[in-house]
Ligand binder design. Sequence first.
Ligand SMILES: CC(C)(COP(=O)(O)OP(=O)(O)OC[C@H]1O[C@@H](n2cnc3c(N)ncnc32)[C@H](O)[C@@H]1OP(=O)(O)O)[C@@H](O)C(=O)NCCC(=O)NCCS
Length: 161
Amino acid sequence: MTDGASTPVPHVQMLASTQVDAVVAIQARTTGPAWGRDDLLGDVARPDRLWLVALIDGAVVGCAGLSVVAGLEAEILVLGVDPAWQRRGIASALIADVLRRLDERGIAEVSLEVRSSNAAAKALYAGIGFAEVAVRLGYYADGEDALLLQRRSVQHEGEPG
Ligand SMILES: CC(C)(COP(=O)(O)OP(=O)(O)OC[C@H]1O[C@@H](n2cnc3c(N)ncnc32)[C@H](O)[C@@H]1OP(=O)(O)O)[C@@H](O)C(=O)NCCC(=O)NCCS
């Protein structure tokens, strides 16, 4: 790994089936093992899902998974960056690519749920225009609240919905 001053820019691309094991491993170290290998292999082929990976020197260092609802709105289901690569702009690059792809598809609204204690994710999303729109009390199995965060594309500002 390089130091912060020379951190390479990650390459973001659609998740390939050969990268599924790497994504399962990153999830196990970040969000918890939410998506197993078979679930992911099935998801990669679904038109209502969008899975992206961030690569450094060809190795998967981060992932994002979204559900795309009827071509109108999207929900970020998973976002994780290998702990060894955190705080180097990997998640920002992933989300920027996500937002560009959603804009291209005319999808104005993207949302996600985040644990109320997740300071890193809250700071990340606040910095790129996500607003807290609701609290889901006791949402998680351990009783922690979820915050519902939402972002509406500036490009689609003023449109109904
Ligand atoms: C949240 C997470 C995806 C951020 O990934 P990352 O690649 O480190 O994020 P970036 O380097 O792009 O950070 C962008 C900004 O987010 C904020 N941020 C990121 N990590 C932070 C932290 N640990 N504490 C405070 N702010 C943080 C900062 O504002 C940061 O900008 P800066 O570095 O210029 O100050 C990563 O910490 C992670 O995988 N966490 C575990 C899984 C998780 O919580 N996923 C989100 C669930 S909704």
